[in-house]
Design a protein around this ligand. Structure first.
Ligand code: DGY
Length: 327
């Protein structure tokens, strides 16, 4: 089905280059000038009146919104890779096509995961805070001792594109790569980083020094790292999460950190977003980032290009390349 002069709504401010190109190509484009997230009522109205919606992870598109028989929307071209804010099954049942922006944020996200993997054991943020607060007067042999990365075991949960990119980085830092995934990778891919596959997550967790989460968030992975399961980890271990917060039981993580049952954590995502748990903010052995895993100008522009290609192919009556399929 071809769409002539589709009406398109972008829910958040995108890089100017991307917005300008969308206006040039599609004409009837409504932008969000003040960049505040739209209310649920507003989203409902938009779904009823536009052909194409370009949302981001800040727009909760649940079953109730997507199954509204008054909806006019035909394509949800998500600006982002993760789609756990969209009820994909419901969209499919309602005949709405959903696309996302895979690949283009892989290396930037893996870089931030690696930055946390280095920064937590080596206490980088604590170190910069000390200098900023004038708490550094002299070098001492026992000063700011951290934990060495070389030879340590990294357990990656979810060995998709980002998981593999993290494995490559960790391998080049001399870490031993382990992973848990729904499917075992081809041997040739494992061999590149000498990765060890664990079919049993608990068995892997008990042996690792650092855990890094890279699986999608869905009903099967919600609270995959439960309070109880985290107790399997060695007390000297660290957890890094640049994926989605719901994969870790955040309250359970906090109580395990407070009790010294986990040595530290690096988080780019928070379960009660947009608020951040005060207890987490107070912990010294935790590094908190404001969901900036893929936040480079290059990635945002490439994400925009992907959104444009998905829309253009859809409007021209073809199958968009980055269709999200309900599994
Ligand atoms: C995504 O695209 O899902 C990322 O989390 C955004 O940074």
């Amino acid at each position: 089905m071809k769409l002539t002069k589709p009406s398109l709504v972008i829910t958040r401010k995108l890089p100017k280059l991307v917005e300008d190109r969308m206006v040039e190509l599609f004409e009837d484009v409504k932008k969000n000038f003040d960049d505040a997230p739209y209310s649920r009522d507003r989203l409902q109205n938009i779904l009823e009146t536009c052909d194409i919606l370009v949302p981001t992870l800040t727009d909760e598109l649940d079953a109730e919104l997507l199954s509204n028989p008054k909806n006019r929307v035909k394509l949800i071209a998500n600006f982002g890779n993760g789609t756990d804010h969209i009820d994909i099954k419901c969209a499919r049942d309602a005949g709405i096509v959903v696309t996302n922006t895979p690949n283009v944020l892989t290396s930037d996200t893996a870089d931030i995961a690696m930055a946390l993997i280095i920064s937590i054991p080596r206490r980088l943020v604590e170190g910069t805070r000390r200098v900023a607060k004038n708490q550094f007067s002299e070098w001492k042999p026992t000063h700011m001792l951290g934990s060495r990365l070389l030879g340590k075991s990294l357990g990656i949960i979810g060995m998709g594109r980002i998981g593999i990119a993290v494995a490559q980085r960790a391998y080049s830092f001399g870490m031993k790569v382990h992973y848990h995934n729904r499917r075992r990778l081809e041997k040739e891919i494992e061999d590149v980083v000498q990765a060890t596959f664990w079919g049993n997550l608990d068995e892997m967790l008990s042996e690792m020094d650092i855990i890094s989460i890279h699986c999608p968030h869905n009903k099967d992975t919600h609270h995959l790292l439960s309070k109880k399961r985290m107790k399997i980890l060695k007390p000297s271990s660290y957890i890094v999460n640049v994926s989605r917060a719901g994969i870790i039981d955040e309250d359970g993580l906090i109580s395990n950190l407070e009790a010294g049952r986990i040595a530290g954590a690096g988080l780019d995502v928070f379960e009660h977003y947009p608020s951040v748990n005060r207890k987490l903010q107070k912990l010294k052995n935790v590094i908190l980032l404001p969901h900036m895993g893929s936040a480079t100008l290059e990635s945002r522009i490439e994400m925009g290009e992907k959104v444009i290609i998905n829309i253009k192919t859809f409007v021209d009556g073809h199958r968009p390349p980055d269709r999200v399929i309900f599994e």
